[in-house]
Design a protein around this ligand. Structure first.
Ligand SMILES: [Zn+2]
Length: 409
């Protein structure tokens, strides 16, 4: 009796202490679920690859942890169509090696082949991944799932360093999932499979927590914009997912400090009709930024070594998906018949718990797995989207005047 009374008093105290409102309580609960799911979905120590048991554990937790604070699933699986336009074809040291040389290294010293980002970010794998190091500039939320390519790790480090150069003594960022050690499916995400996707916090005001929602009241616009700007101008970023509400705050800030409007319209999806914006809205990204980097060397190495990696059993053949936008009236059954696959396979490829699908949403449809999977495609890195030179030279961190783009250059 006394014990249960004490318990309920404690519960009430805890709730009163950490949750002033019902949504806050829901968010706390959600965070706990995330932590629990992350812990239990972790493959047992030393397991070389997530086996069937780990997969099942991850699936079992999907229902809890795919829900973000708005009650929507984290939608980070966007795959952009390859831009046939200009770009730089990536080069890897493996390109100059013979198959026999690669195979010999694979057998004797696989690490010497360097990191490889295999296949699509929503159906890929990571070989020879590099773990994000510890630092006093960030905190790894889940160190066991912070593996990326060398290029991902370096790019992230570089963009964060730029913020610290402009704003010495900046607070720590939280770095969430990058990829599992060997890549592959990582709940609750659709992507994060090939060492090129990173979840990271916004810079918020003091005492911020991981997965705290960025708002007009708490967003540190100067540091967050400096970070996003560095990602765009100093690294090979493929896309950045930021909720529209936060894009608005950042874009308004960037305009206010005199960034070029034409450039901002190309970069932000918010408030622009330009095609192929780098920063896009996706559900579940008001409380963290999702960054996808190109990893030209690691991707090209994977293209070169893929058949040998599969042949030697170093990786499983990566899944090949067709992207299908559901139309009204379509069901998983009709899609399965149309593409010659099964309802279960489609559910699995999209992390679906039920057979309900929604019109206009895009689904991964697995291609029938008869015959060898096609090797991954070569990667072409588009040119960086840089602001006009004048704005690039004059990028003082703290310009608060309303100066428009000064004309004359
Ligand atoms: Zn993500």
């Amino acid at each position: 009796m006394g014990r249960s009374t004490l318990l309920s008093v404690l519960c009430a105290l805890v709730l009163a202490g950490c949750a002033g409102s019902a949504p806050e309580a829901a968010r706390s609960k959600d965070r706990l679920l995330r932590v629990a799911a992350a812990v239990s979905a972790e493959p047992s120590a030393g397991a070389p690859a997530p086996g069937a048991a780990a997969e099942e554990a991850a699936d079992a937790h999907e229902h809890e942890d795919e829900v973000d604070e708005d009650g929507a699933e984290v939608d980070d699986g966007l795959e952009l169509p390859v831009d046939p336009g200009a770009g730089t074809r990536a080069h890897s040291p493996l390109t100059a090696m013979t198959e026999a040389q690669i195979e010999e290294l694979l057998a004797k010293d696989p690490a010497a082949l360097g990191p490889m980002s295999v296949g699509a970010t929503n159906a890929g794998a990571l070989f020879n991944g590099v773990r994000m190091p510890e630092s006093d500039r960030w905190e790894l939320v889940d160190p066991g799932h912070a593996w990326g390519t060398r290029e991902t790790i370096d790019a992230l480090d570089r963009a964060i360093a730029e913020v610290h150069r402009q704003f010495p003594g900046s607070p720590k960022l939280y770095i969430g999932h990058i990829s599992a050690r060997d890549g592959g499916r990582l709940s609750p995400h659709k992507s994060h499979q090939a060492g090129r996707d990173v979840d990271i916090s916004y810079f918020l005001d003091a005492r911020h927590r991981w997965y705290q929602r960025a708002t007009a009241a708490n967003l540190d616009r100067e540091r967050t914009w400096a970070f996003v700007r560095a990602l765009i101008t100093e690294t090979d970023v493929e896309l950045i997912l930021i909720d529209s509400s936060v894009q608005r705050l950042l874009k308004e800030h960037a305009l206010k400090i005199g960034e070029d409007k034409g450039w901002l319209d190309e970069v932000f999806q918010y408030g622009s009709r330009k095609p192929r914006p780098l920063i896009r809205h996706a559900r579940g990204h008001a409380n963290h930024i999702h960054i996808r980097f190109y990893s030209p060397v690691a991707q090209e190495s994977a293209v070169r070594a893929y058949p040998l990696l599969v042949k030697r059993g170093a990786i499983k053949p990566t899944a090949q998906y067709v992207r299908h936008t559901a139309k009204k009236g379509q069901t998983l059954g009709s899609l399965a018949r149309q593409y010659g696959t099964t309802v279960e396979a489609i559910k699995r490829a999209n992390g679906l718990r039920s057979t309900a699908i929604q019109a206009k949403r895009v689904y991964n449809i697995p291609r029938p797995s008869s015959g060898p999977a096609a090797p991954p495609k070569h990667v072409v890195v588009p040119p960086r989207r840089l602001p006009p030179p004048r704005a690039a030279e004059a990028s003082p961190p703290a310009r608060h005047d309303e100066a428009g783009p000064a004309m004359g250059g």
